[in-house]
Write a protein that binds this ligand. Sequence first.
Ligand SMILES: [Zn+2]
Length: 288
Amino acid sequence: MRDLSLLTWKEVKEIDKSKSIVFIVLAPIEEHGTHLPLATDLAEGEYWSRGAMKELEQRMDVACFYLPSYPVAAASVNEFYGSIHFPMKVAYEVAYAVLESLCYMGFRNIVVIASHADPQHQIAVEKAVRKINKKNGLCAIAPMGQIFMGVSVEKSPELQKLENEHGNDYHAGWVETSCMLAIDPDHVREGYRDLPDTEITDKDMIFRKRQLEAMGDYGYIGSPRYASLEMGKALNDNCIASVCDAAEKFYRRKGYQKYEHYPLYDILPLHIGFWKIAGKVRRKKVSA
Ligand SMILES: [Zn+2]
């Protein structure tokens, strides 16, 4: 795998586009509780895509490329300290600009890793992917929305059990804390095992105010105390295998459709964030 941005334009031009896959990560700089860094989603997206690229190059006759990550994303809860969010329209426009540039260079297999599960972000990215594919023929896929919804290669029984027992783990809970422990334990602050569980139901997750209440003074939604390095390895491996599966199927143009469409995209009220006023990012000023 190679960093596309470290090549010259001439070297990029000479790449055999029919035998290459490009990965781009779009995720926010965003608070992740008192125990995880702001760049958690970016670190996850980079780790998962690097893992998938390594596997793809071993598995098939293909060259993988990536760009530096774009720290651009939309989110429904903006007012927590430390987050840098963008309106849905901006996330969509940035995603589209990157896709159009790569597509015009001749790349036909672009995998967008939107490693931030918020529906606003997933919808913004899918809208950009739909537009580029409609205008230029199929050239991009964004599989993370579906992977976050549970579409994946088979999960280990242990992982499945933990997911069933400790659901409602939406943000910086045991899932993300485990992933980060496995990516680099230095990213995780001590004391995550002493953090209290937050109480929220699936239904309440659609209400911004309930989410903020659940986040309280900490900023996470879930149960960080169940996190472990072993679980993180299992979660990361499953995600890498799923991204790899999506990318390979997309490259072969066969069987990729299950990763193509994020079901919440069809809920029209969730598109209201594309409007200027409804999509305004709520930034809270803190006095120095
Ligand atoms: Zn996250």
